[in-house]
Design a protein. Structure first.
Lengths: 274, 285
């Protein structure tokens, strides 16, 4: 696309004010990330610049705490459970929404996306009420089920966008050559869906780990998640232990971005977001 | 050719939706009950009493209006800051600049809410780098934390990735030749922008503002951590009702009313977007 756009060398389409503003806004975006990583390694809990020394003390503190370790394990387990489940449900749903014509398709699509516009706290209290009625007392399962409902739209959206870009005729050709529906799906469509699976999976995973507003209502005495535990700690203590956690989450985000760039490509990923 | 019945594909999602809407069904039903004093239990008779009380409460009205107002301010700020960034991202000739901005946006986006809320707490605090530098240069510290300023700054930061990533696709799809034509016909850059690019980007702009508003209006963690109890948004009010009195019927009533209140501006935005889509039809959807 870019190669077709020949344009005169001297005519930038925008004034210099645009990159100048963009630079300032980019700095604003990067500022908290940089500061919190720096804070995580600072010995005194006060930010002194230039640093006199760096320390891993707050990371040790984080991992030494039984509560944080428990919360970390819970968050990872819930995300590891919810991500494949969400994708597994989203794949047939997206196929039905894109490839099939049935009564109420538009309405179903709207219903599936509706959790996105409901404030998290509202969903959180509604789930708490529901689980109290139905007798689900385990915090782990309450959060896992709620996250399942809440993250499904992200997965469906990414897969619907991927499917829109695919040619359904390929699968049909496979069927014409004698493949059963399942064979044609596994051999032809599923491999083509991988950008959607990867991008959708990353959204679901991050949301399941990071969610606070729903999870905070559903924890029990034994089960908390990382954000809920972090909030409790911030309320009671004033030291950079949470900065160490934040640094770990930023590192996780960097790894995910690397995976996206490597296997999907950033531009493609952005198309799948919408 | 014989196809798998559609219901085979849809039953898992229908099951999830059933759980989700069952939860909301119970929720609505319970908003007509009342709490048995001193317990976490509810009882009848069924009445509209909660709705009458909540709708009549000046505190609740003030918090609802305040939540919508803060969300408007943040959406406006995100638009002013986000548009130039989205524009540069869509129009820059340098792949490196584009990659750098995308990287920054996606890394911030995926690093999560708790990370950013806490980072702003540290940055804006009394002993944070901003106020320490001010003191070092002999200025009095600024009250940036535990008030609305902190909530505004951090929330604008939180929503900019949502805004830019939504808008930039639309700008990218506007043929650059249109802008060039406007400039070749003698228009200045600004004129070319206001008469060509801006109107053609309106559908994407409204979508981006809609998403920004949705995210802001339901924000909970940022006012909780950066507002210091002085900035109450609707979500915080609901949380307090549950924390302090565990009054489920009242919390359900406030939740349902808040959901309705927040849906009004959202539907207005959506209608606007549909109207724009019909008029300009420039986007892919």
């Amino acid at each position: 696309m870019n190669s077709r756009r020949g344009r005169p060398v001297n005519s930038r389409p925008y004034a210099l004010a645009v990159p100048a503003m963009a630079a300032i806004i980019s700095a604003f975006l990067a500022l908290p990330v940089v500061v919190i990583v720096y804070y995580a390694f600072s010995p005194s809990g006060l930010m002194v610049f230039p640093p006199k020394a760096l320390t891993l003390h707050w990371f040790v503190n984080f991992f030494a705490s039984g509560r944080f370790r428990g919360a970390l394990i819970n968050s990872l387990l819930i995300a590891a459970l919810v991500t494949p489940a969400s994708l597994g449900i989203a794949v047939p749903t997206a196929i039905a929404l894109v490839r099939r014509d049935f009564a109420g398709r538009g309405a179903l699509n709207a219903l599936i996306l509706s959790p996105l516009i409901i404030p998290g706290v509202v969903s959180g209290v509604a789930f708490l009420n529901f689980f109290t009625w139905t007798g689900v007392t385990s915090g782990f399962w309450r959060i896992a089920i709620a996250m399942m409902c809440f993250t499904l739209p992200f997965a469906v959206r990414a897969l619907v966008a991927t499917l829109h870009g695919l040619d359904g005729a390929l699968e049909e050709a496979g069927r014409n050559l004698g493949a059963r529906p399942w064979q044609a799906f596994l051999a032809i469509t599923l491999p083509q869906l991988y950008p959607g699976l990867l991008a959708g999976g990353i959204f679901v995973f991050v949301e399941a780990i990071d969610n606070f507003s729903i999870a905070v209502f559903l924890t029990d005495l034994r089960t908390t998640t990382l954000p809920v535990e972090a909030y409790g700690y911030i309320r009671d203590f004033d030291d950079p232990t949470i900065a160490a956690l934040a640094t770990i989450l930023i590192a996780q985000s960097l790894i995910l971005v690397f995976i996206l760039q490597r296997f999907v490509g950033m531009d493609r990923f952005l198309d799948l977001r919408r | 050719m014989k196809q798998v019945p559609v219901l085979w594909l849809l039953w898992p999602v229908l099951l999830v939706l059933a759980v989700f809407f069952a939860a909301f069904g119970y929720f609505v039903a319970d908003s007509f009950l009342h709490q048995i004093p001193g317990t976490a239990m509810m009882a009848g008779p069924v009445s509209l009493e909660n709705y009458r009380t909540i709708l009549g409460s000046v505190l609740v009205q003030r918090i609802f209006v305040g939540t919508l107002w803060i969300s408007c301010k943040i959406t406006l700020a995100a638009t002013l800051l986000g548009y130039p960034l989205a524009y540069l991202l869509a129009r820059t000739a340098s792949a490196r600049v584009r990659q750098a901005i995308l990287f920054l946006l996606v890394v911030t986006f995926l690093s999560g809410g708790i990370t950013r809320a806490y980072a702003w707490m540290i940055l804006l605090g009394n002993n944070g780098p901003i106020n320490r530098s001010l003191r070092d240069f002999g200025y009095p510290p600024l009250a940036l934390l535990n008030n609305e300023t902190g909530v505004l700054i951090s929330l604008v930061h939180f929503v900019i990735p949502f805004f830019v990533l939504t808008l930039f696709g639309t700008i990218k799809n506007i043929p650059m030749a249109l802008e060039e034509a406007a400039r070749n016909l003698g228009g200045r850059r600004w004129r070319a922008f206001t008469s060509v690019t801006l109107p053609l980007s309106l559908p994407g702009l409204v979508s981006a503002m809609l998403l920004t508003f949705t995210v802001t209006v339901s924000s909970f963690l940022f006012p909780l951590l950066l507002g210091g109890g002085r900035v109450q948004m609707a979500a915080n009010l609901i949380y307090d009702k549950m924390e302090n009195s565990f009054d489920m019927p009242v919390a359900a009533t406030i939740s349902i009313l808040f959901l309705l209140v927040s849906l009004v501006p959202l539907s207005a935005f959506s209608l606007l977007r549909m109207g724009l889509g019909r008029r300009f039809g420039g986007t892919r959807r």
